[in-house]
Unconditional design. Structure first.
Length: 252
């Protein structure tokens, strides 16, 4: 098994890409703290993996909260004795409003979940990695929206900033063997669009010109497979990289 006995925290675990990651990781022998707000979804996930080689521990929390980000890391150490991998997967869309129509409320909501939360989790995880003394591994989920206008400016900016933060982290902690990589999904069939609510029609109309060139949507398992590789020792010499998983969309 590719993740035998690794201790991993995965956010956004109740649906979509995060759920697919937890399922795959546990089947590959990992012990996972599955983090999300929807307790009933987490309980269903845990029940479905009862016979898997690894173990699932549930953490009901809000990734925009510094306290919850720190507590989920502490829980992994308490339950499994250590932390090996942090996967910051949770995220929300903006409403695609162009910059002249952006509201402070939407900006704060998206940035708190997509950037502030991962920063808090990374900070805590690296402190744990340093105390353990034998390296560590972070996988952040961004988006090709960081590279082209596939959403509104807040979402795109949050994911671009996450990529920049990840690259900086990979460089800063390279001497301590702490790795940090990014997955940038393209169009994946998940529930994230429901976080958008009613789209701003001005922005949505413009974004459609980009979305029209997209291939058929990928599956959550496509992202989980990429995360499996980056979470495993098979990627031990990869850090500071952005793995685009988009069916070739960005190449066009």
């Amino acid at each position: 098994m590719r993740l035998q006995n690794k201790s991993i925290v995965v956010t956004g675990a109740s649906a979509g890409m995060g759920k697919a990651m937890v399922e795959l990781f546990v089947k590959e022998g990992a012990n996972v703290v599955a983090v999300a707000r929807r307790k009933e979804r987490l309980e269903e996930l845990s029940a479905s993996l009862r016979e898997a080689p690894g173990k699932v521990v549930l953490f009901v929390g809000d990734v925009s909260s510094r306290a919850d980000n720190e507590a989920m890391i502490d829980l992994a150490v308490k339950e499994f004795g250590r932390l090996d991998v942090l996967v910051n997967n949770a995220g929300v869309m903006d409403d695609m409003a162009p910059i002249a129509e952006v509201t402070d409320e939407k900006y704060n909501h998206v940035m708190n979940i997509n950037l502030f939360g991962p920063m808090c989790a990374m900070r805590k995880a690296i402190q744990v990695f340093q105390a353990q003394g034998n390296g560590g591994n972070i996988v952040n989920v961004a988006s090709i929206g960081a590279m082209r206008a596939a959403a509104g400016p807040i979402y795109c900016a949050s994911k671009a900033a996450l990529i920049s933060m990840s690259k900086n982290t990979a460089f800063m902690y390279m001497p301590e063997n702490i790795r940090c990589n990014v997955i940038a999904p393209g169009g994946i069939a998940t529930e994230i669009s429901s976080s958008m609510g009613m789209p701003n029609m001005n922005g949505y109309g413009r974004v459609q010109k980009i979305l029209g060139a997209a291939p058929n949507p990928g599956e959550a398992t496509d992202i989980a497979n990429a995360a499996l590789f980056l979470a495993s020792d098979e990627s031990r010499y990869i850090s500071g990289d952005v793995m685009v998983v988009d069916g070739g969309w960005i190449a066009g």
